[in-house]
Write a protein that binds this ligand. Structure first.
Ligand code: F6P
Length: 380
């Protein structure tokens, strides 16, 4: 029997999302051209909004032509406040809960009335939570399950259960490119630079980009105890004693939340600029610049790796919806992931419960970074 499969992209756009949309479409149609693809525009807001304006039904091949190598998401995305869990003691808890219930009602009724058999949500852990809430509302209201499949699509690479998320590889390359460009100017001026990179609460982009581009120091939100300006100054001195004449600090944006000091960047900069030992070695005071790469990391043509990964995830999503793969019993909502060389299917609830996946002190990449960056007691 032919199925109606809906797709939406949600949260921060990630390069490769278009390849995932296209793969879901093609893999479904290849199996049976009567399978129908429905696209909801602008994330969950499209699903819970005025459908005439926010939905494409019975999508045809021509509509998806040319999207494969484009960054962003061709069907739009968004963040929906109504879907955020409401903290118990929130001053507007009642109003927020009411708005949340109303949103979930509209979304689940729309899915039911449209006869959607499977919903593919491409996004991060927040989007997965939203999808799960909608699936729960659907179950409660219509007393039957809706198959939801989460495809990890976020540049942050912080979804538990998958080695990689769609968009990380491209964002990493963009970030490394920015660090390399900044190195040219920093080196020319014998300056220090604090370069803030995306990653939300996790430090995966900072860690990988710092390693790939040769940062002097990498500051990660996961290790708040290492966020002391004096330690950074000592590492700067160690770099200068090792004959470097510039200093590159790659800092994950999440650091500003986990550091006890909200003015950490300013304090690191001041500490470097006023340090007499640094000035003595250089022969002049070292000036510090602060740059934020921000959304530039998220744009541009997706890398080959991201497009292949997106294709594999899209294929997995179709397999899960059409019952071609083994899904844990009693589980309706799943996430696809990449573990080693294999595509895996995990209960969405488990993925949500363990996400965001943060860097642990046991991660091999973290150990590597401690060997490659400059330390206070640098032995060589
Ligand atoms: O989750 C992806 C991400 O790019 C994070 O790295 C960043 O913190 C956030 O989204 C930025 O969100 P927005 O685009 O809504 O400003």
């Amino acid at each position: 029997m032919s199925k109606r499969i809906a797709i939406l992209t949600s949260g921060g756009d990630a390069p490769g999302m278009n390849a995932a949309i296209r793969a879901v479409f093609r893999c479904a149609k290849m199996r049976d051209p009567h399978h129908e693809i429905v696209l909801f525009k602008n994330g969950f807001r499209g699903l819970a909004g005025r459908l005439e304006a926010n939905m494409d039904v019975n999508v045809q091949r021509a509509e998806l032509r040319g999207i494969l190598n484009r960054g962003g998401t061709s069907i739009g995305t968004g963040r929906v406040e109504e879907l955020l869990p409401v903290p118990e003691h929130h001053p507007d808890a009642e109003a927020r809960n009411k708005a949340r219930r109303a949103f979930l009602d509209v979304a689940s009724v729309n899915l039911y009335q449209l006869g959607i058999d499977g919903l593919v949500v491409i996004g991060g852990d927040g989007s997965f939570s939203g999808a799960r809430a909608i699936a729960d509302a659907y179950r409660q209201r219509f007393d039957r399950p809706l198959r939801v499949v989460g495809i990890p699509g976020t540049i942050d690479n912080d979804i538990w259960g998958t080695d990689y998320t769609i968009g990380f590889d491209t964002a990493l390359a963009n970030t490394v490119d920015a660090i390399r460009k900044i190195r040219d100017t920093v080196e020319s001026h014998q300056r220090a630079i604090i370069l803030e990179v995306m990653g939300n609460t996790s430090g995966w982009i900072a860690l990988s980009a710092g390693i790939a581009a040769g940062a002097s120091v990498i500051l990660l939100p996961e290790f708040a105890e290492h966020l002391d300006p004096n330690s950074v100054v000592n590492r700067c001195i160690a770099a200068l004693r090792g004959d470097y004449r510039y200093f590159i600090v790659v800092m994950a944006e999440g650091v500003t939340k986990t550091a006890k000091d909200p003015h950490l960047v300013k304090h690191i900069a001041q500490a470097i600029e006023t340090n007499p030992e640094i000035a003595r070695i250089l022969g002049h005071r070292m000036s510090v610049r602060h740059n934020v790469i921000g959304h530039l990391a998220r744009g541009g043509t997706p890398s080959a790796f991201d497009n292949v990964l997106a294709g594999r995830f899209g294929h997995g999503a179709v397999q899960a919806i059409l019952g071609e793969v083994d899904i844990p019993q009693g589980v309706d909502d799943v996430a696809v992931g990449l573990q080693g060389r294999n595509i895996v299917f995990m209960p969405l609830s488990e993925v949500i419960a363990h996400s965001p996946r943060l860097i642990s002190p046991h991660d091999e990449l973290y150990h590597l970074s401690n060997n490659l960056t400059v330390q206070e007691n640098q032995p060589f």
